[in-house]
Write a protein that binds this ligand. Structure first.
Ligand code: HPA
Ligand code: ZN
Length: 374
C-alpha cells in the first residue's frame, strides 16, 4: 500500500514538474528507485550479453585438467586442484602465460578440446551469454605435435553443439603467438586456410612487451587478403605505440585490452572517432597487475571519453570469474548503475561480428530486458 502511494506521489510530482524525456524509456527508472525486482548481481547475470575476448584455453578449469590428464595418462606437477589454484598468483602477464601453456599441455585428443569448450559454453549459458567470439591458439598445440585439425575440430564441434542445444551463436578467431616468429604465424595461417569459412578472423596474443604488432604486419596483410578480419592484443602491458601499430599496420577491427591508450590523447581521440571497440578484461587486469585495485579501473574515464568499451573475461579459469563476474567486479568497485551495465551489454553486441540484422535482434533483447527489469 505504502509502495502504491509512493509511486502515485512520485508520478504526480514528475508530471507536475513537467520533466523532459518523460517517455516510456524513462518511466522504468522510477520503478528502479522504488521497486527494483532484481539485485545488481541478478541484473548482471541475467541481462543478455556477448563475449568478445575469451581464450578458450583460458577457460580450462583445474578440475577438468586433472580429469583429462588422468585419461591421457599424463602427469601434472600439482597434487591437487587446490594446489593448482594456489599457484594462480601472478605478478605480470608472462608469469600467467607460463602456467597457462603448461596447463594446455594435457590436451591431446579432439574430445579433450571438445570437453574444454563445452564446459565453457555450459558456464556462459547459465549467465545468459547469447553470443561468443572465442580465441584459440593453434601454435600452443601444434608446437607440441598436435595437429591443427584435432584442435580445431574439437573446439568447433562443441561450439556447433552449443549453438544447437544451448542457443549460443559464435565466431572463432585464431590467434598467433607473438613470442614466436612471423614464419611460424605464416605456417599457422596456411594450416587454417581449409577452415577459412569457419574462422572469422585472426588475432595476436601472448607476451606483448618486445613483440610489437609491426613484427606481424606481413602475415596480417596476407590474412586480410585471404578474407580474415583482424584483431590484436595491444596496450595491455605494451605502450600506446603498439595500439597505433595495431590500427595502422594490422588494420584491426577491435583492440583487445587497449588500457594504455589512455596515455596518449591523440590515440584516444582516434579510437573515439572511429568507435574502435576495446575488449576490456577487468579481472584479468587485476590478476596480472595491470591495475592495483578494481577501484582504479578506468572504465568510466574511457566511457566518458566516448570510447567503445566492452567487458570480457579473457581467461576465466585463471582470473577468478566468467563474464558476469567481470561485470560485477567493476560494477561493485565503481558503483555502476543498471544504465551503464545496460550500455555495456548493448556495446557487446554492437562491437561483435554479428550482421546488422542479428545485432538489431540481440539489442532488442537487451532493450526488452532493461525495460522489464530496470
Ligand atoms: N594477454 C595476452 N595473451 C594471452 C592472454 C592475455 O591476457 N591470455 C591468453 N593469452
Ligand atoms: Zn586476452
Amino acid at each position: 500500500m505504502t509502495l502504491v502511494i509512493a509511486v502515485m506521489f512520485l508520478s504526480k510530482k514528475i508530471i507536475e514538474q513537467n520533466l523532459p524525456n518523460l517517455n516510456s524509456f524513462k518511466l522504468p527508472l522510477m520503478k528502479n528507485n522504488i521497486m527494483s525486482k532484481l539485485s545488481r548481481k541478478e541484473f548482471i547475470y541475467q541481462i543478455p550479453k556477448a563475449e568478445l575476448h575469451l581464450h578458450i584455453e583460458g577457460s580450462f578449469e583445474p578440475e577438468l585438467m586433472f580429469e583429462i590428464a588422468k585419461r591421457n595418462e599424463l602427469k601434472i606437477r600439482f597434487k591437487s586442484v587446490e594446489e593448482v589454484k594456489e599457484a594462480y598468483k601472478f605478478n605480470n602477464l608472462q608469469e600467467f602465460l607460463d602456467i597457462y601453456y603448461e596447463g594446455a599441455g594435457v590436451l591431446i585428443h579432439e574430445n579433450d578440446f571438445y570437453d574444454m569448450t563445452w564446459a565453457y559454453l555450459e558456464k556462459i549459458h547459465a549467465e545468459n551469454v547469447l553470443h561468443t567470439e572465442i580465441f584459440f591458439d593453434p601454435q600452443t598445440h601444434t608446437e607440441r605435435g598436435i595437429a591443427f585439425e584435432t584442435v580445431f575440430n574439437g573446439v568447433y564441434n562443441a561450439l556447433q553443439d552449443g549453438e544447437e542445444k544451448l542457443g549460443i551463436s559464435f565466431e572463432i578467431i585464431m590467434c598467433f603467438l607473438r613470442h614466436l616468429d612471423e614464419a611460424s604465424a605464416f605456417k599457422t595461417l596456411e594450416s587454417a586456410l581449409p577452415f577459412k569459412d569457419q574462422i572469422i578472423g585472426v588475432g595476436l596474443d601472448s607476451g606483448e612487451l618486445g613483440n610489437p604488432p609491426s613484427k606481424f604486419k606481413n602475415v596480417f596483410a596476407k590474412a586480410i587478403e585471404e578474407g580474415f578480419l583482424t584483431v590484436a592484443h595491444a596496450g595491455e602491458e605494451g605502450p600506446a605505440e603498439y595500439v597505433w601499430e595495431a590500427l595502422d599496420l594490422l588494420n584491426v577491427t577491435r583492440i583487445d585490452h587497449g588500457n594504455r591508450s589512455l596515455e596518449d590523447s591523440k590515440l584516444v581521440e582516434r579510437l573515439a572517432e572511429e568507435q574502435m571497440p576495446l575488449t576490456l578484461c577487468p579481472l584479468s587486469n587485476l590478476k596480472l597487475c595491470v591495475i592495483k585495485d578494481m577501484k582504479d579501473y578506468p572504465l568510466l574515464d574511457m566511457m566518458f571519453k566516448n570510447l567503445m568499451c566492452t567487458i570480457n573475461s579473457d581467461d576465466p579459469a585463471y582470473f577468478g570469474g566468467y563474464l558476469s563476474a567481470n561485470y560485477l567486479a567493476v560494477a561493485e568497485a565503481l558503483d555502476l548503475d543498471n544504465e551503464i551495465i545496460y550500455q555495456l551489454a548493448k556495446n557487446s553486441f554492437e562491437a561483435s561480428y554479428l550482421s546488422d540484422e542479428e545485432k538489431d535482434a540481440m539489442i532488442q533483447k537487451v532493450d526488452d530486458f532493461y525495460l522489464e527489469n530496470q
